[in-house]
Structure formats: C-alpha cells, structure tokens
Write a protein that binds this ligand. Structure first.
Ligand code: TYD
Length: 214
C-alpha cells in the first residue's frame, strides 16, 4: 500500500499541535507543492467523529477504562479504513493530530503505568492496524501545568473530559510520551513546545527535511 507518508503529532493538552499542523500543511502544500491531508483523533471520519462525541463529552467517569479503550480503538479503525489508508493510497502526506501513541499515553501511562494493559493496548492496535505505523511522530513536549493552563483558556470548548483529569494524570502522560520516544528514537522526534510558534515550526521542517527528501 505504502505510497504516501503518515506523520502524527502527539503531546499533552495545550501543546499547540493543531497550530503546528496548519503551518506545516501550508508549508508542504504551498512551498513544496505536495498533496496534504489533515486529520485528527479521535475522529477524522464520519463514524469516528460520532464516537468522538461519546468520548470527549460528559463526566470524567462516564466510561470504565476498558470501554474507553475499545471506543478509541473502534474510532481509530474507522479512521484508518475511511480516511488514512485511502489518502495514503492516493500518495498524500497525512498529518494527524494525535494517533495511537495518545492511547498508550492517556489510557495507560496517564492512569498509572500498568504493564498488562500496555500489552493489551499494543495487541489491540495490531488487531486494527496490523504492522501499519506512522513514518514520523512529533511529540510536542511541554510541562503539564503550562499546557493545561493554555488549553483551559481556549474559549467555548465543551470537550473537556480529559482536561478535567487531575494534574498527576497529565504529568504521567507527559512522562509516558517521553518513555515511548526513548524506546523508538527512529520514529519519534521530541520538540520543546515552550518555544515560539515559529521556532517550533522551523524545527519540525528541519527534522522532516533530514528524514525525508522535501
Ligand atoms: P482534543 O480536543 O482534540 O484535544 P487536544 O487539542 O489536546 O488534542 O481532544 C482529544 C482528547 O482525547 C485529548 O484529551 C486526548 C484524548 N485522547 C485519548 O485519551 N486517547 C486517544 O487515543 C486519543 C486519540 C485522544
């Protein structure tokens, strides 16, 4: 299948992923003349956007951990089948605001690392995606307090289920992303998200040019 490129953006709350994705989309399309598809998780396809509403609205205790994990995975399968794989088949560069690493960080590390759960999440991923993986994953790294403050300042956001988790949860998931990046330095690029928007954008472009011929 491999024709396009799959690039994911990960990190905690308020790290600036969507701003960076828009900047990169503009750069790749306008400066490099490349076909780009931007998408997000949970969501990114009609069915997955419906599941997104179930996941992000309501009380923090709305779902038990396993149900939550299964909902994220069902949404991801639909997203892959309906959006990501067809776009890659067309040779597009797919930029996704979150993907499977968020599940490991939020559903496993966030609540306190659990090895059994880690293996279950990995097996579930294999079931829905096989060997398919992002080509590059940018982790925008920021301390949890600053990120939460930034994300709570966003006006009119009723998708707050995860923002409302305790600070400890957000610190755990930040460490989770960093742990994942150390396990596989080939795929992950950790970027200091406390730098200016332009600076972060430049770093992303620089890493992409090193890893891929732009
Ligand atoms: P969103 O409003 O897109 O937040 P952000 O701008 O921070 O990406 O909501 C996505 C939320 O869902 C976010 O709190 C992270 C969470 N999430 C998981 O817990 N597990 C997952 O697998 C994914 C993809 C997201």
């Amino acid at each position: 299948m491999k024709k396009g490129l799959f690039i994911t953006f990960e990190g905690g709350e308020g790290v600036g992923k969507s701003t960076q994705i828009k900047l990169l989309q503009k750069y790749l399309a306008e400066e490099c003349g490349l076909p780009v598809c931007i998408t997000r998780e949970p969501g990114g396809s009609v069915g997955a956007e419906e599941i997104r509403n179930l996941l992000l609205k309501g009380d923090t205790s709305r779902w038990d951990r396993l149900t939550e994990l299964l909902l994220f995975s069902a949404a991801r399968r639909d997203h892959l089948v309906k959006t990501i794989w067809p776009a890659m088949e067309r040779g597009e560069i797919v930029l996704s605001d979150r993907f499977a690493d968020s599940t490991l960080a939020y559903q496993c590390f966030g609540y306190g690392f659990d090895e059994t759960l880690y293996h279950q999440i990995t097996a579930l991923y294999q079931m829905i995606a096989g060997d398919f993986k992002p080509d590059i994953t940018f982790i925008l790294d920021l301390d949890a307090e600053t990120g939460l403050m930034r994300s709570r300042q966003r006006a009119g956001n009723d998708e707050q289920r995860f923002e409302e988790m305790q600070l400890k949860f957000h610190q755990n998931l930040r460490n989770g992303f960093l742990t994942l990046s150390k396990k596989n330095p080939e795929r992950y690029v950790v970027i200091d998200a406390s730098r200016s928007i332009d600076d972060v954008h430049r770093q992303i472009v620089r890493h992409l040019s090193e890893k891929i011929i732009l």
